[in-house]
Design a binder for this molecule. Structure first.
Ligand code: TPP
Length: 360
């Protein structure tokens, strides 16, 4: 397992994954980790207050997501699942859009994918892996792989969980990516659980080893080590952009909270396991490292604390102020062009809504 920061925050080098990083960049990674955790904490609280219908927590997975997200170049394209709030943060997606989705007021999804080079969240497990290879095929046909133009060559990052590796779609995506040598990085966050199904019940081998059977490299990285995730993803994305084909990254991490706010994890996993992983917290680890380098002065910590507080206040206010959606918007964006059948259904809905108004 690739690790660049050990559990005590001590820096290690790895010959295959050299990482030169400035003090300023280290601090910005820390800021990212703290802020995305704050988004998560606020969203969970908002759900408990009845302001969101559901929330899927990323707690514990911040290091994996910020590492992968900060490895991207602006032209790269991301296909997420529903827990990628940290990756979305790195793509400059306002977390308010994610909250719109989980409040159920943004029927077609929260943001414009083309404005951020990040597709909308996907609830159908594994389906985005096929979308990612289809997109990557287009990238190749557009001549944007291996051209040597660093501003144009493009990689695709497909994010999914350990459970998704059991889906047919994901395995088909592996076949397709390998056969066509596509510029895709498969970023699997193995958070040990697919709701109540542990990863040991899904695979006889470590997940990253499956890549060998498809004919491309697989690597396991410490998912609670943001530096290792950054270095490993950066290299895989570089390989993809330069025409060397796909990589499977297994970011070995843990889902600290429930699967979603509708789940009770105490029914299927024990407290000892959770405590063991709490001791490997990705933010604590980077904090220890920064501290050992004298980078945690009061001014920096205050600025992170203040930004975190302001973000939380903004998220709460924005969530409470979200307008109710127009029920007819459910018919928008279903297809690129409205079909006759949908237009008819929309008309029926319109009539129904009008009849309600008449009743008063
Ligand atoms: C095709 C499909 N089958 C089943 C489900 C129900 N489901 C929702 S989340 C989930 C587990 C996913 O686990 P994993 O891929 O490890 O991702 P995680 O939630 O742990 O991030 C399942 C089976 C679904 N959404 N889609």
């Amino acid at each position: 397992m690739i690790q660049l920061l050990d559990a005590d925050g001590v820096r290690r080098d790895h010959p295959d994954y050299p990482l030169s990083i400035s003090d300023g960049e280290l601090r910005e990674l820390y800021r990212d980790l703290v802020l995305v955790r704050r988004i998560d904490t606020e969203a969970t609280a908002l759900q408990r207050q009845g302001e969101l219908g559901l929330w899927a927590s990323l707690a514990g997975q911040e290091g994996a997501q910020i590492g992968a997200g900060r490895a991207l170049r602006s032209q790269d394209y991301v296909f997420p699942t529903y827990r990628e709030h940290g990756v979305a943060w790195c793509r400059d997606i306002d977390p308010v859009h994610i909250l719109e989705l989980f409040r159920g007021v943004s029927l077609a999804g929260g943001w414009d994918p083309s404005a951020h080079n990040m597709n909308l969240y996907t609830l159908v497990i594994g389906s985005q892996t096929l979308h990612s290879v289809g997109f990557a095929m287009g990238v190749v046909r557009d001549g944007m792989v291996g051209s040597g133009d660093t501003a144009a060559d493009t990689a695709v990052l497909a994010c999914f969980g350990d459970g998704a590796t059991s889906q047919g779609d994901t395995n088909e995506a592996f076949v397709w990516a390998a056969a066509s040598n596509l510029p895709v990085v498969f970023f699997c966050q193995n958070n040990q659980w697919a709701i109540s199904e542990p990863v040991e019940k899904q695979s006889r081998v470590p997940l990253y080893q499956r890549a060998a059977g498809f004919g491309f490299p697989g690597v396991r990285v410490d998912g609670n080590d943001v530096l290792a995730c950054l270095a490993v993803t950066r290299r895989a994305l570089d390989d993809a952009r330069s025409g060397q084909g796909p990589t499977l990254i297994e970011a070995y991490t843990y889902r600290m909270e429930a699967h979603t706010t509708s789940d009770d994890p105490t029914r299927y996993r024990n407290a000892d396991e959770v405590a063991r992983w709490a001791a490997r917290d990705p933010i604590d680890r980077l904090r220890k490292h920064l501290d050992s380098r004298g980078l945690l002065d009061a001014r920096f910590l205050d600025s992170v604390g203040e930004q975190s507080e302001q973000l939380a206040v903004r998220l709460r206010a924005a969530t409470r102020a979200m307008p109710e959606p127009d029920p007819l918007s459910a018919f928008d964006h279903v297809y690129a062009e409205q079909t006759a059948e949908l237009a008819q259904q929309r008309g029926q809905m319109r009539e129904f809504l009008d009849s309600l108004e008449e009743v008063g």
